[in-house]
Structures are given as C-alpha cells and as structure tokens.
Design a protein around this ligand. Structure first.
Ligand SMILES: [Zn+2]
Length: 449
C-alpha cells in the first residue's frame, strides 16, 4: 500500500483506457461511471483486497517474523480499540490506507482464525495422505430403488450429518438413528457452509470413535462438495484443515476397528427421514456452543472481505457520483452485481448495440449539445429539424419533428416489451427490456451515437 504514487497513477491510466475499450465510451465519459457500468472497481479497491488477503494468510500461517514487521506488538499496546474501517470519503480524497491499518482491521475480523505452522498439509501423516481407507458410494447408486435398498440395509451403522448457515447463525449437526441421538453444535458465524458440513462430519466420526461398532459404517450427507473434497485427494496447502482431520480420524477408526467407512450423498428435502431429522436439528437451535472452540479456516473470511469491499465501493460511488457521472447515477443508482451486457441475449453479441446503449446511459454521446459542450461543434442546435437550439437526448428521442414515424415504431416496440412503459428516458435506460426499442430508434434515425 506504501507504493510510489506516480507508478500507481500509470496503472490507473491503463485501466481507464481498458474501460473505454470495454464499454465503448467517449473520451469525455467519467471514469467512475465506466467502472460502475463494467463492474470493475477502482484499482485502489483491488489493492486493498490483495492486501487484506495477504494479511489474512499471514495471520493464519502464524509466521511471527513477518507478522512482527507488519503488525508490531506495540501497535496493539498503543491503541486498545482497533482503527476505524476504511471509508469511501478517504479514498475519494486520495488517501491510501496503510498496510498496518488494513492488517489491524483483518486481525480484528479474524479473531477466531485457524492458525497453522506449518500448513495442515505438512502436518498430516504421509500414510494418511496417500491412503483412502473409505468408499464414496456416489457413483454406485443408479436409481431410487438402489438408494432405498441401501437405506434399509440393516448391516450398516448409519449416521446423518448436516450443516446450516442462516441469519440466526451457523450450526453443524449429526444424527445417530441407532441410539436415537441428535446433536447440534453452534459454530462461529464467519464459517462457510462447507466448513459447517465438514465439521458436522468430523463430529459424527468422533462420535463413532467413542462407541463400539460391530458393523461397517454408512455416513449420509447432503454436501456434494464435501464428498468431492474427500474423493479427489487434493493436497493443496490451503485446503480446509477439517478435511485433513476427517481423513485422519477415518484412518484411525479403520485401524482400530477394521471396519469400512462409506460416504453417500443424499439430496436434501427428499423425504429421507434421517436427513429431515438432522436438517431440522441444524436449523433449530443447538445443544453445544463450539463458536470459540472450533477455529475458522482463513479462506472462510474472504467472504467478509469481499462484502466489506462492496460496502466501500458503494460509499465511493455515492460520493463520486455527486461530482461526476450525475446523469448516469440517475439511471444506475449503485454498482450492479454484473454488467447488463453480460446477460444472455441475442442482441448483446452485437458490439454496436452495447456501445450505443452504454453511451446513452452515460449521457456522453455524439449529439449536438454534448459535442458543443466539448467545443467540437460551434452550435448545439438540432441539425435535423433546425428548430431546437439545444438538441439533447430528450429532444431527439421525444420531440424532434424529423423522426415522428420512427418514434411511432419505437413506442409500439416499447409497448410490446412491457405493459407499463415509463415516460422518461432515464427510466427507459434503466430497464434492459426496453433497450432493443431504443437501439432500433437510434439506428433508424441518427444512425450512431
Ligand atoms: Zn430536432
């Protein structure tokens, strides 16, 4: 974050050029509007994201020598309260947040992080890494009948596991139908659903390890991704540490009992009684609170970082749009989840369509008022009807006498697109379903923008 400002400026220029190519915008179009339209945030936000992820990884790796340089212990003694979150107004004013401040914010966020030195991969016994003493029955069940037969097979000791994440919190639950036992555990709210499902599996396996079992074991889960992680034998350094713990305990159970552990994916909400019971347990309350006991893998915090960056971009946009891109801000109130031109539609293959609509939405296009404002033409008068002294978009679309016939076609197209057609051009430019009609009007009248 403490980089040469001149060098950073060069990157900004490259990004601006790329944004103009992507959106087809004119040179005069404000940068903040292009960023919003293309869903590509300012580079400062990208740098904050990279710095945040770096700090997260560093805290997780528990690397004291690097940590002490970035997060010196005295910085905690100096202030008992963490520094305030970075705000949009700071970024607008050109202030670049220091790495220490980002690190302290991340430290505060990830108080319950799983710390590992070395990474879990290197702590796991080699025998466990190369052996897979369990079966994943995913591909061996061909139809409902085979599934029912397996479910009714009394020779298996069955267990159901489930994880749940909602605004009420995150829970991991398992159900043992043989002992009629259901256990639900609350875990940290920052946990991902994958972690909740994995932890539920780990708890079920710990339960098995503590009781005497004389038959093979069948564990049923509705998490396909968990079984895939167990199946593909991935040995990435940043793989969720709970997966390594699951593999370790499975290995231990196999060594102790000589029994085989089978995993099976069952779809949720399909009327399988055991699945419904464990799902209900995961959703409604908990028996034990493991929120501080169970540590969170560092990757789970990335969702919170992304969420905070969205908040920061919205703040940045709200302030920046009061200065630049005011017309565009009346159409697009906040950065969208994805650009409108990435929707699947036959028109969007057409580059001209995207350019014309983007220019209309930006309000920066080849029309007399705008070209005159840029001192490119001497007069802002309408060259088509010679009546209007200031030919803006409103005039061309709604009033110009030269285009009466094309306007009738446009109105008919707009009415075909929706039962309620808005009256203002901004409202029309807000809704994707009207774009085709507006595009046809431009192409059949002034030709291009
Ligand atoms: Zn006119």
């Amino acid at each position: 974050m403490n980089c040469n400002v001149t060098l950073l400026k060069k990157f900004d220029i490259i990004q601006n050029k790329a944004l103009r190519i992507i959106t087809g915008a004119m040179c005069s179009t404000p940068i903040n509007a292009m960023q919003c339209e293309s869903c590509i945030p300012p580079l400062i936000l990208r740098r904050i994201q990279l710095a945040s992820n770096f700090c997260l990884k560093l805290i997780s790796s528990d690397n004291k020598s690097v940590m002490d340089r970035i997060l010196p212990p005295q910085s905690f003694q100096m202030s008992s309260t963490p520094p305030p979150k970075i705000s949009g107004s700071e970024l607008i004013s050109g202030h670049t947040p220091e790495l220490l401040r980002i690190a302290m914010n991340i430290y505060e966020l990830s108080i319950n992080i799983y710390k590992a030195k070395p990474w879990p991969l290197y702590k796991t016994n080699f025998v466990i890494l190369v052996n897979k003493p369990y079966n994943i029955l995913r591909d061996k069940i061909n139809n409902q009948m085979e599934l029912n037969q397996l479910m009714e097979n009394k020779s298996y000791y069955k267990l159901y596991t489930d994880g749940s994440k909602s605004e009420n919190g995150v829970t991991s639950a398992f159900y043992d139908p043989q002992l009629q036992m259901v256990k639900s555990h609350k875990i940290d709210n920052n946990s991902s659903i994958f972690t909740a499902e994995s932890y539920a599996m780990l708890l079920a396996l710990q339960h098995i390890k503590n009781i005497y079992i004389s038959s093979d074991i069948l564990i049923l889960t509705d998490s396909k991704s968990l079984l895939m992680a167990l199946d593909n034998n991935s040995q990435r350094y940043n793989l969720n540490y709970i997966i390594y713990n699951i593999r370790k305990i499975v290995y231990e159970i196999c060594q102790l009992t000589g029994k085989i552990i089978n995993f099976l994916w069952v779809p949720s909400h399909c009327g399988i009684t055991g699945n419904e019971i464990v799902d209900c347990a995961a959703r409604n309350g908990f028996d034990a609170d493991h929120s501080s006991l169970m540590k969170i893998p560092h990757t789970d915090y990335q969702a919170a970082i992304t969420h905070d960056l969205k908040r920061l971009w919205h703040e940045y946009w709200n302030i920046a749009s009061t200065q630049k891109g005011k017309w565009y801000a009346t159409i697009q109130g906040s950065p969208p989840a994805k650009p409108w031109y990435t929707h699947k539609n036959e028109n969007i293959n057409n580059r001209k369509f995207i350019t014309i609509l983007n220019r209309l939405r930006f309000g920066h296009c080849h029309i007399p008022t705008h070209l005159n404002r840029l001192n490119l033409i001497p007069s802002a008068a309408c060259s088509h009807c010679n009546e209007e002294p200031a030919a803006d978009l409103e005039h061309l679309f709604m009033k110009c006498r030269k285009f009466g016939l094309q306007r009738l076609v446009m109105v008919s197209d707009l009415q075909a697109a929706s039962d309620s057609v808005p009256q203002s051009l901004q409202d029309l430019l807000r809704d994707f379903k009207f774009f085709k009609a507006l595009y046809t009007f431009v192409v059949t009248t002034i030709g291009t923008l």
